[in-house]
Design a protein around this ligand. Structure first.
Ligand code: FAD
Length: 395
């Protein structure tokens, strides 16, 4: 009997939860997971803050799936730029596009191109060792402004404000350790009023526990303390006045211009009380990420952030289970011998498909072995180092 076949493009949370859901709902389905990097896990590896090791540990559950004979990882294979999507659509009964939303949204204000202005997505990718962002080398000065009202803005702020000791058990990359302690003031500016901020109380409370920073929150007199996020902001302890870094929260300010000669020196904001200029050596923009428009065709379905969702990892799991159920309900196993042979020939000729799950495990073992405790891993951060390690070492 012809087995049902599925390709998943992107080995981030959405792709891997889709894999998990497919295997639960149709255990015999043959699944190939295509990933453009030599490493799996998407933003869990390259976005989630390095000091959030508990969140990153979610990846362990995926090992079981890749131990099965009917599942393959085909890493270091860019679908679209290298491997044509049509070839996949011909060779599989179902294709899931889980390629994420890689581009940081921009402010679109004058001066944004000045040096010292960074998208949070790229900044977090750099300090997490994403090989595409290795050369970002951000200049983090004493006065940092972070624009954004969600947890990514808090991640950036917390990582900058933590002491070396507080980051010691993180997997912050070696090249990024210089950012610890660089900032003296971090001003988090939210365009919405406090009631509209999307910070979660847990992430806010974590800022209140930092040993080397104090926090001040400027809430308007009209702020509604019955709103959960406002109450969490009001509860933030101010910390020690002698702390090395000072974190300030401002609300209801819209950035309208970045000023400076060659590099950022000030950011102009517009609020209810008129314009205000905040001095800054570094501006980090954390206002979300963008994907290309989702591609949905017969037997092909976007999932996760590629499908327009912008939720967190638990949400990716829920959506993946639902998408897998819907797609399996309408799927028919079809013999595709000619298309499978064409795909196999393409993989052979291009050299893609060499980096499989065992190759990723060689990277994983090498990174863990290189770390000095309590650091969990010392990441490899260049394409060459990742590829060479994937091919050289044995697990
Ligand atoms: C900075 C940051 C911090 C976050 N922190 C948390 C947190 O603490 N807790 C939480 O629950 N959520 C967090 N999130 C949200 C979480 O990361 C997302 O919910 C989740 O990663 C979305 O999963 P995804 O699979 O859709 O996309 P991604 O994680 O982006 O995965 C997409 C994958 O597709 C691959 N890919 C892209 N293009 C191609 C291609 N052409 N061919 C093959 N492969 C391709 C990519 O390399 C990547 O591996 C954070 C997000 C960010 C940006």
């Amino acid at each position: 009997m012809t087995p049902l076949t599925a390709a998943i493009v992107g080995a981030g949370p959405a792709g891997l939860f889709t894999l998990d859901a497919l295997l639960r709902q149709a255990p015999d389905v043959q699944v190939d997971v295509y990933e453009r990097l030599p490493t799996p896990y998407g933003l869990i590896r390259s976005g989630v803050a390095p000091d959030h090791q508990g969140v990153k540990a979610v990846v362990r559950q995926f090992d079981r799936a890749f131990a099965r004979d009917n599942v393959r990882l085909i890493a270091d294979c860019d679908v679209g730029s290298a491997l044509p999507l049509d070839l996949l659509r011909e060779a599989y009964d179902l294709v899931f596009l889980a390629t994420g939303a890689p581009r940081g949204r921009r402010l679109r204000v004058p001066g944004e191109e000045l040096s010292g202005v960074y998208c949070a997505a790229a900044f977090m990718a750099w300090l997490n060792g994403h090989p595409d962002h290795r050369d970002l080398e951000p200049q983090v000065g004493e006065r940092v402004v972070v624009v954004g009202g969600g947890n990514v803005a808090l991640d950036v702020t917390r990582v900058l404000a933590k002491s070396e000791a507080e980051m010691a058990s993180s997997d912050l990359c070696a090249h990024a350790r210089r950012v610890t302690g660089a900032a003296q003031t971090i001003t988090v500016v939210v365009r919405a009023p406090p009631e509209g901020a999307r910070f979660t109380p847990t992430e806010l409370a974590a800022l209140g526990r930092l040993e080397a920073a104090n926090v001040s929150v400027e809430l308007p007199a009209t702020a509604d303390l019955s709103v959960q996020v406002v109450a969490a902001l009001a509860r933030l302890p101010s910390g020690s006045p002698a702390a090395a870094a000072r974190i300030r929260f401002r609300f209801g300010l819209q950035p309208i211009e970045v000023l400076g000669r060659g590099r950022v020196e000030q950011v102009r904001f517009r609020g209810a009380g008129g314009d205000e200029v905040v001095a800054a050596d570094t501006l980090i923009v954390a206002i979300g990420q963008e994907a290309s428009p989702p591609v949905a065709m017969e037997r092909t379905c976007p999932v996760g952030w590629a499908g327009g969702g912008r939720g967190d990892i638990p949400r990716a799991r829920m959506e993946a289970a639902e998408t897998a159920r819907r797609m399996l309900a309408g799927a028919t196993a079809t013999p595709r011998a000619v298309a499978r042979a064409r795909l196999a020939a393409w993989l052979q000729d291009s050299g893609a498909g060499v980096l499989d799950w065992a190759a990723w495990r060689r990277i994983d073992v090498a990174e863990c072995a290189a770390a000095v405790a309590p650091r969990p891993r010392e990441k490899l951060v260049s394409w060459d180092a990742l590829r060479d390690t994937a091919r050289l070492y044995e697990t």
